[in-house]
Ligand binder design. Structure first.
Ligand SMILES: C[S@@+](CC[C@H](N)C(=O)[O-])C[C@H]1O[C@@H](n2cnc3c(N)ncnc32)[C@H](O)[C@@H]1O
Length: 298
């Protein structure tokens, strides 16, 4: 392709205006450019999209060819089966429109999939949110696409432990003492859920084994905290767990659980909603309310 475009302008005045950069677009530091038109291999669709959107000065417009399924997910709206973290992120940072479908038979030899041309107009100025924090919150929301937010946040022990770690980190940064309920305990060092897993292609982000989400129904209420006391005592006996240690942990965990419940139920009224029905404003409200409770996912 580089050879072809160079040949086309050879000996013509346009040659002075052509600069060819050879390299992997994902790894290359890109200069500012106004318009991006690309037809790249489909494996780099997601990194290319987010590289373009995260450039210090993004292009004014991008016309990109993608595999049709990927294009449909980029443009999917709340309520659609294809609406996912990818849709929310792309639409947070750009105006995305589907331009046209390009059937596989337009290529020679025909590939195995159909393609679509998509227009991305990066938002200018870029929304002032911390992408890492935003994306971590979305990972939990979309962790299981058919679960309500209540089940995703309150029914998953590992998620609550992670939120507790976030809250403790924020307290430490702001010199806010954490009442452990007697005695001290080191701040938890909990890994952010979700890791770097890509989703499995059907629009549902997976935890890839890192998260061990309790299997609670969408109505919630079957998590470990709903175990009758008798079973809890029996379980602790079997595990040899010290009750006093558990009490200490429990106080902060309960405080954090209550914060999450308050955000989902009282502040946003999103507890019974599923991530795939929420729009950008719902997610922004959710993040703001978590932040107001001292819960920052970064
Ligand atoms: C489907 S072809 C399209 C070629 C040309 N744009 C066209 O429409 O005729 C994909 C092109 O992307 C290039 N390519 C593959 N991976 C790339 C990467 N990581 N960075 C930049 N270009 C890449 C390939 O060398 C190839 O020329």
């Amino acid at each position: 392709m580089a050879a072809e475009v160079t040949k086309r302008v050879q000996g013509k005045p346009e040659a002075k205006r052509l600069e060819v950069l050879l390299g992997d677009v994902i790894k290359t530091e890109l200069p500012y450019f106004d318009v991006c038109i690309s037809n790249t291999p489909y494996q780099i669709s997601s990194p290319l999209t987010f590289k373009l959107l995260s450039l210090p000065r993004p292009p004014r417009i991008c016309i990109l060819t993608f595999q049709s399924e990927f294009a449909s997910r980029l443009t999917a709206l709340p309520g659609s089966q294809l609406y996912s973290r990818l849709s929310v992120n792309a639409q947070m940072y750009s105006h995305v429109t589907h331009i046209l479908k390009v059937g596989r038979n337009n290529f020679n030899p025909p590939p195995q999939v159909d393609s679509s041309v998509v227009r991305l107009v990066p938002k200018n100025p870029r929304p002032k949110i911390d992408f890492e924090e935003w994306d971590r919150m979305l990972r939990v929301c979309f962790g299981r696409k058919n679960r309500t937010l209540r089940a995703g946040w309150l029914g998953a022990k590992k998620v609550l432990e992670w939120v507790e770690g976030c809250w403790r980190a924020w307290c430490a940064l702001n010199y806010i003492p954490v009442d452990e309920g007697g005695g001290g305990e080191d701040a938890m060092d909990v890994e952010a859920p979700g890791g770097e897993e890509e989703d499995d292609g059907d629009g549902e982000e997976e935890w890839g084994g890192i998260m061990d989400i309790d299997d609670v129904g969408d109505g919630g209420g079957e998590g470990e905290d709903d175990l009758p006391d008798f079973f809890k005592l029996e379980r602790d006996k079997v595990n040899g767990t010290s009750t006093s240690k558990r009490k200490k942990r429990g106080k902060v965990s309960e405080l954090v659980r209550e914060k999450v419940r308050k955000v989902l139920e009282d502040d946003t009224d999103l507890a019974d909603r599923r991530a795939r029905t929420l729009d950008q404003n719902d997610f922004l409200r959710l993040l703001l309310c978590f932040n107001n409770e001292g819960i920052h996912f970064n």
